[in-house]
Design a protein around this ligand. Structure first.
Ligand code: FES
Ligand code: FES
Length: 161
């Protein structure tokens, strides 16, 4: 039986660096990041689009990398949690999560932080209600929600209210 090669060549710009990959068309961006590029900061929770643990930025917009085929990312910019602190200095959102204790086990945290960075860029941090609404795709089994909201509110410049 002839096996059909379903691999494709993909050129990604990941955290500012060009990365060339040859992947099967079924490989998700999440698996490519973790297994091919060794960027394991992006977490696999549900692997079916329900938890937000795998959130990354694609051309500056947040996406669920477990639902994003790598082949569709050819020529595009990907930012992962590692890309938020490229020179070892934490991003203001990362600092705020530490300051406000915005995590417990930490499994959801990288997705929460990447999502929060995008939410702030989208101008969706006008109220706690808005933050909760636009962070609703990022689940936290530890229930760190109040502290996550506090961290985002802080970075948005709305103090501790
Ligand atoms: S791992 Fe992607 S949404 Fe849960
Ligand atoms: S900190 Fe444990 S799942 Fe969110």
């Amino acid at each position: 039986m002839t096996r059909i090669d379903t691999s494709v060549d993909v050129l990604l710009r990941v955290n500012g660096s060009a990365r060339r990959l040859r992947v099967d068309t079924r490989v998700t961006l999440l698996d490519a990041l973790r297994d091919e590029l060794d960027l394991t900061g992006t977490k696999k929770g549900c692997d079916q689009g329900a938890c937000g643990a795998c959130t990354v930025l694609l051309d500056g917009k947040r996406v669920l990398s477990c639902l994003t085929p790598t082949a569709q990312c050819d020529g595009r910019d990907v930012t992962t949690i590692e890309g938020l602190a490229p020179d070892g200095r934490l991003h203001p959102v990362q600092e705020a999560f530490i300051r406000h204790d915005g995590f417990q086990c930490g499994y959801c945290t990288t997705g929460q932080i990447v999502s929060a960075v995008a939410l702030l860029q989208e101008g969706r941090a006008g109220s706690d209600e808005e933050i909760r609404e636009f962070m609703s795709g990022n689940l936290c089994r530890c229930g760190a929600y109040p502290n996550i909201v506090a961290a985002i509110r802080d970075v948005a410049g709305r103090g501790t209210e």
